[in-house]
Design a protein around this ligand. Structure first.
Ligand code: ADP
Length: 619
């Protein structure tokens, strides 16, 4: 201990007392009874004071010597002067400090690791990802020859993935695998067959000459929702490598990763529960399928109409199977994923009910299309009303046909003078009636075609046909119509076309409609072109005119029933021709489309498959 460098207070007190008694002796020098004790006290106090002063001076010298030793770097002097108990305290404190330091660096690693894990886990929720991250960063805390993990794949297969940090022999990794599987089997009830294990090795290459066995190792179990889902193993050829403290911190990390995933999964399950109860209340059938094919969502209504309610572990395969022959589910998914927009598909009939199908892409945070959601809307009621309407139109049209034909016949007789000669005025009126009757007959015929198409009664009846010959023979009447309006007509076609199996009546119905439209909607002296060309799989038919064209804002409605554009004379058409033509083309396996510029003209195209008509039912 370093002595104090201050003058003891007792010394000063004793000097003061001797001075005071000396003063009293001087004041009372005539009185012997006071003078004698005063002299005695002065001597006593002075003696003690001098003795204590000498002791203080000795301590002071010692202190100076110690301070000098410390200043020259001889620290033992300090220790020498430190009592044993204080030395112990210093030693304990130094150890605590060292421990604290270690603890802090481990905490720093733990925190960094947990941060990385939580960031990556929150987007994957996957035990395998967590193990991949942990095993990939273990090299920061421990040294090893191999780090491996085992876990389950989505299809139930076990995966054993091993990273070789140093070259080891195959028997080393086999030993690691065995140790891991033994632990896995001991901790889990899941059956693990040796032939159901996928092995992945990476890192450095194997060295078959290496003889070192596993000398140190430890296993870390990954538990999610109370279930063992995987195991990480660290192994080394060196003995006694893994201290309890290092392993303990890794346990904490993997345990926290497991509990984070467990928590997130339970929150997700709760949210899914809410969404599912909402979906259950929706009248539409909803199915959501991931890009890779996993079934993500199916609501009760969809399960019900697909007749798969109550089935366990419903998958996309069940959906495809239930819709087989009715709707190409996989094809529709591909179509939506490639177009990236909502698509509507033709109506289907399942279990006696009619459904309209639409499908939209679902995008994730990175704006990638990662799933498709299908909505099946029950339109049975609308369809029934439509059917009733069609039936009504069909019956009425049939009923009207006979009297209209009689009228036509009688009017023709009158115009021809078979019922007596008509004067000019009468002839004009009767001709007007005849033309109006013709328009009603055209409408009734169109309506009958529509109802035949909609009830599925119109079917192509293919026969091998030479299209050029057939069309040329049919053009006579139309050519007269073009000539009446002084329109130029050109028919372009290759020298020879193969005979193909088509229904000539239906082909002519389409052509007649397109060509008479071209004539109707092209002013006098205009030009109309009909062109046939052979493509690898189709015959392409083109009908072009340089007439009125179609207003841009109405193009999208052109194939609707009864639609007529604003720029045409409302009295010379029914608005059904294009609707019927497109249906017939589609039923024959082809396509019909157009290009048009208002004021410049229009071109209509349609294809006829060379393989012939599909002979499919018209929807
Ligand atoms: P319709 O000709 O009896 O009115 P369509 O269904 O054949 O019925 O045609 C529907 C509408 O499409 C027509 O009313 C017309 O507005 C437009 N259209 C069809 N073809 C042409 C064409 N070649 N040029 C301009 N407009 C056309």
């Amino acid at each position: 201990m370093i002595p104090k460098l201050t003058l003891p207070r007792k010394v000063i007190l004793l000097f003061a007392l001797s001075a005071a008694t000396a003063a009293i002796g001087i004041i009372f020098c005539e009185r012997v009874e006071i003078l004698l004790p005063a002299i005695l006290l002065v001597f006593l106090n002075f003696g003690f004071a001098v003795k204590m002063l000498l002791k203080a001076m000795k301590d002071f010298n010692e202190a100076i010597a110690v301070i000098r030793k410390i200043s020259y770097g001889d620290y033992s002097a300090k220790i020498d002067t430190t009592r044993n108990k204080e030395l112990e305290v210093v030693e304990v404190m130094a150890k605590k400090l060292k421990d604290h330091d270690l603890h802090l660096s481990q905490r720093a690693y733990q925190t960094a690791m947990l941060k990385e894990l939580s960031e990556r886990i929150s987007t994957s929720l996957d035990a395998r990802d967590a193990m991949e991250i942990i095993s990939g960063s273990l090299s920061k805390v421990v040294s090893y020859s191999t780090v491996s993990y085992v876990t389950f794949e989505k299809d139930g297969q076990i995966i054993f993935k091993c990273h070789l940090e140093e070259s080891v022999s195959r028997s080393f990794t086999e030993e690691v695998k065995k140790k891991m599987l033994d632990t896995f089997r001991a901790l889990s009830d899941a059956p693990i067959a040796d032939d159901n294990i996928k092995m992945v090795y990476f890192g450095t290459i194997f060295d078959e000459s290496a003889r070192d066995p596993v000398r140190s190792f430890f296993n870390l179990p990954m538990i999610i929702g109370g279930q063992l889902v995987g195991l990480i193993n660290v192994a080394s050829t060196k003995p006694g490598l893994y201290a309890e403290q290092e392993v303990a911190i890794l346990y904490v990390i993997i345990e926290q990763a497991g509990s984070t995933i467990t928590k997130i999964r339970s929150v997700l399950a709760e949210e899914m529960g809410k969404i599912n109860s909402m979906l259950a209340a929706v009248n539409e059938g909803l199915i959501m399928v991931a890009r890779e094919g996993d079934l993500l969502v199916i609501n009760k209504e969809a399960e019900r109409f697909l007749n798969i309610s109550g089935k366990e572990n419903i998958s996309t395969f069940d959906v495809i199977h239930a819709l087989y022959g009715i709707f190409d589910f996989r094809g529709a998914m591909d179509q939506v994923l490639s177009s990236g927009k909502t698509e509507t598909f033709s109506k289907i009939k399942v279990g006696g009910k009619h459904y309209k199908i639409s499908a939209s892409p679902v995008k994730n945070n990175q704006d990638e299309k990662h799933a498709v959601v299908f909505v099946f809307s029950d339109i049975t009621q609308e369809e029934e009303i439509d059917e009733m309407k069609s039936e009504f139109i069909s019956t009425t049209s049939h009923q009207l046909r006979t009297p209209l034909s009689s009228m036509k016949w009688f009017l023709e007789m009158m115009i021809n003078g078979d019922t007596g000669a008509l004067n000019d005025k009468q002839k004009e009126v009767v001709t007007d009636i005849y033309n109006s009757n013709e328009r009603i007959i055209a409408l009734v015929n169109d309506l009958l075609d529509v109802s035949r198409i909609e009830s599925g009664k119109m079917r192509p009846e293919p026969t091998p046909t030479n299209l050029v010959e057939f069309i040329t023979s049919m053009l006579v009447d139309l050519k007269a119509q073009f000539a009446k309006r002084s329109q130029e007509f050109v028919f372009e076609h290759p020298e020879a076309l193969p005979r193909i199996p088509v229904d000539p009546k239906l082909i002519w119905q389409i052509l007649q409609n397109l060509l008479s439209n071209a004539s109707k909607y092209t002013p006098e002296k205009g030009k109309i072109t009909l062109a046939l060309s052979l493509e690898p799989e189709n015959i392409l038919v083109k009908v072009a005119d340089n007439g009125l064209g179609i207003p841009e804002f109405q193009k999208h409605r052109l194939f609707e029933k009864f639609f007529r554009a604003d720029n045409v004379n409302k009295s010379d058409g029914t608005g059904l021709g294009l609707y019927i033509s497109r249906k017939i083309v589609e039923a024959s396996g082809g396509k019909l489309w157009f290009e048009s510029t208002e004021g410049k003209g229009s071109t209509f195209y349609f294809t006829i498959p060379v393989a012939g008509n599909k002979n499919a039912k018209v929807e």
